[in-house]
Design a protein around this ligand. Structure first.
Ligand SMILES: CC(=O)N[C@H]1[C@@H](OP(=O)(O)OP(=O)(O)OC[C@H]2O[C@@H](n3ccc(=O)[nH]c3=O)[C@H](O)[C@@H]2O)O[C@H](CO)[C@@H](O)[C@@H]1O[C@H](C)C(=O)N[C@@H](C)C(=O)N[C@H](CCC(=O)O)C(=O)O
Ligand SMILES: Nc1ncnc2c1ncn2[C@@H]1O[C@H](COP(=O)(O)OP(=O)(O)OP(=O)(O)O)[C@@H](O)[C@H]1O
Ligand SMILES: N[C@H](CCC[C@H](N)C(=O)O)C(=O)O
Ligand SMILES: [Mg+2]
Length: 488
């Protein structure tokens, strides 16, 4: 595509060189630069892409997008100077791929917890309704049946537009995507045309990145601020910040609630570990999902489907057969063994929700045994809080490693231990090896107990010092159950 076409509506500060050059590929990584390519120099958290402009030029790159022009410029290279490279790159990527987001109905889900659950349920519901659908989520990206591994919750702006254009080529009518707060701040979603936005909730997370809770709220709100008037903005009225999100949006304001009157109203009538009965807009429905947090997810999915023009009755019937998304309250059951639950709860709020749900469904004197850890190189403030929550709701707690990444596992565990109240010392144990921790939980459990393995959900690896080792909580738990059967 011609550079001049790619730059349509991009605010430019200056340009130098041939503007009629053809661009065949976009990249923000100098290592992938080369002839026929545009390299966007983006300022990151670790380094500054501007430092690699020379490298990109050496590799024969045709066009450089940057905020500061280098002093020594190559004659055969075109330089485009903009105020903000990542913002400009959003517009450029949308132009380059010919605005795929306008050719399908794109719905974004944002919030601290529930994005994957809500987006995945919407994807499955619309597949069930016979549409061709796309999904961009933490667990995986999908174009109908084709799975494309995900590296981020929200892909970078180039990958995002490329995936959307593949969805359009495949004939997808809808795409449901997670919008992480990082993606809003890093302008990954600039230039996208949304048909709708959903807010789930906001609680403590990612303060390592956003620094203050206010910045974090602003990041989430930034998504609704950029929605067009043709879109719907569906918010959770029961969240303290639900209305703030919609304060400045020009989109059609809609809401859902379990507590007050919203556009979509729900009520839990009864629940068990295996499902729940809800009243949704006056209709009674049994869902395979359980827990108050899932009642919110289901209500958001129902609301979005109706706002997208689907039939109420049909939507509820189809929603009632959907299972939990992978690693979200996923049951691992081996005969005569305790109930195992693998859940991606990796924030204080999520852990509290899951444990409250389990505690609420307890029938008699079953014990709740929780295995939990916290990821390295991520928000450290949540570590003691998560340990405290685990102790509050569980009869036994095993503190273990999540993805230590580049941190010392024991140092993370010490920070978690700081949150264990003295009265809970006796019931708490620390085993840094996650496999050992899961086996230990099975060893101490009685047949009716519930074992919660929290934090990693669908993940199939454990990241230690930059290396991803095979690890799947569900498989390890199943192995532990089987070994305990074999021992008897
Ligand atoms: C903190 C963060 O979000 N980092 C993301 C960000 O990296 P960065 O801006 O820090 O990049 P950097 O390493 O400083 O480099 C700056 C620029 O120089 C370029 N570079 C660098 C080296 C080189 O030799 N040549 C070169 O051109 C890089 O390609 C980059 O464009 O932009 C990169 C490219 O898009 C991402 O891969 C990277 O994600 C890292 C891997 C990450 O872990 N991100 C997490 C925190 C994240 O984004 N998570 C959210 C979900 C959170 C949630 O809701 O749970 C997500 O959306 O996934
Ligand atoms: N609506 C909700 N409110 C609160 N907690 C939830 C909700 N939905 C799910 N959870 C809990 O939070 C965990 C993460 O859920 P999910 O993966 O859907 O969130 P997410 O927003 O996609 O997270 P991430 O930011 O890591 O992408 C689940 O395993 C569950 O314990
Ligand atoms: N998207 C989240 C996932 C955290 C999952 C948890 N298992 C961990 O590794 O901390 C993040 O990157 O912060
Ligand atoms: Mg997610």
């Amino acid at each position: 595509m011609l550079l001049t076409h790619i730059l349509y509506k991009v605010p430019l500060l200056s340009t130098s060189g041939n503007m009629n050059v053809e661009v065949e590929q976009l990249t923000m990584d100098s290592r992938k630069a080369g002839p026929g390519r545009l390299f966007a120099a983006v300022r990151g958290t670790q380094t500054d892409g501007h430092r690699f402009i020379e490298k990109a030029v050496e590799l024969g790159t045709s066009v450089i997008l940057c905020e500061e022009l280098p002093e020594n410029r190559a004659d055969d290279v075109t330089y485009v100077q903009v105020q903000d490279s990542s913002y400009a790159l959003g517009l450029i990527a949308a132009n380059f791929y010919d605005h795929p987001s306008k050719k399908l109905k794109l719905v974004g889900v944002t919030g601290t917890n529930g994005k994957t659950s809500t987006a995945t349920l919407l994807f499955r519901l619309f597949r069930l309704r016979g549409y061709r659908v796309g999904l961009l989520s933490t667990v995986q990206n999908q174009i109908d049946e084709t799975v494309i591994p995900a590296t981020h919750t929200t892909p970078d702006t180039i990958a995002l537009n490329e995936l959307l254009s593949r969805m359009v080529q495949h004939g997808c009518s809808h795409c449901f995507m997670e919008v992480s707060s990082h993606s809003v701040v890093q302008h990954r979603i600039v230039g996208l045309h949304f048909a709708g936005g959903i807010f789930t909730n906001i609680t403590h997370d990612h303060l390592d990145f956003h620094e203050t809770f206010d910045n974090y709220i602003k990041a989430k709100k930034g998504f609704f601020d950029q929605l067009p008037a043709s879109a719907f903005a569906l918010t959770n009225l029961d969240d303290k910040r639900g209305l703030v999100m919609l304060q400045n949006t020009v989109a059609q304001k809609e809401s859902y609630s379990l507590q007050t009157l919203g556009s979509f109203k729900g009520r839990i009538m009864s629940e068990s570990l295996y499902g729940m009965q809800m009243e949704v807009d006056g209709r009674e429905v049994w869902f395979k999902l359980t827990g108050r947090f899932n009642a919110y997810n289901l209500l958001a999915v129902y609301g979005a489907a109706i706002l997208l023009g689907e039939d109420r009755e049909e939507v509820l019937t189809q929603l009632s057969v959907l299972p939990s998304p992978p690693g979200r309250f996923e049951m691992v059951i081996v005969s005569n063994k305790p109930v195992g639950i693998v859940d991606y709860a990796h924030t204080p709020d999520a852990l509290q929700n899951v444990l409250e749900t389990i505690a609420g469904l307890r029938q008699g004197n079953e014990q709740i045994i929780t295995v939990v850890g916290c990821g390295g190189n991520r928000d450290a403030a949540k570590r003691p809080i998560m340990a405290e929550i685990a102790c509050k709701y569980s009869d036994r707690v095993i503190l273990t490693s999540d993805n230590p990444r580049h941190e010392d596992p024991m140092a993370i565990l010490e920070q978690m231990q700081a949150g264990v109240p003295p009265v809970a010392f006796k019931k708490t144990q620390t085993l840094a090896d996650r496999r050992d921790a899961i086996f230990r939980a099975v060893e101490i459990a009685q047949p009716n107990d519930v074992i919660l393995i929290a934090g990693k959900g669908h993940e199939t690896y454990q990241e230690i010092k930059g290396v991803k080792h095979d690890f799947d909580d569900r498989k390890v738990l199943r192995e532990a159950f089987q070994q305990s059967i074999a021992k008897k």
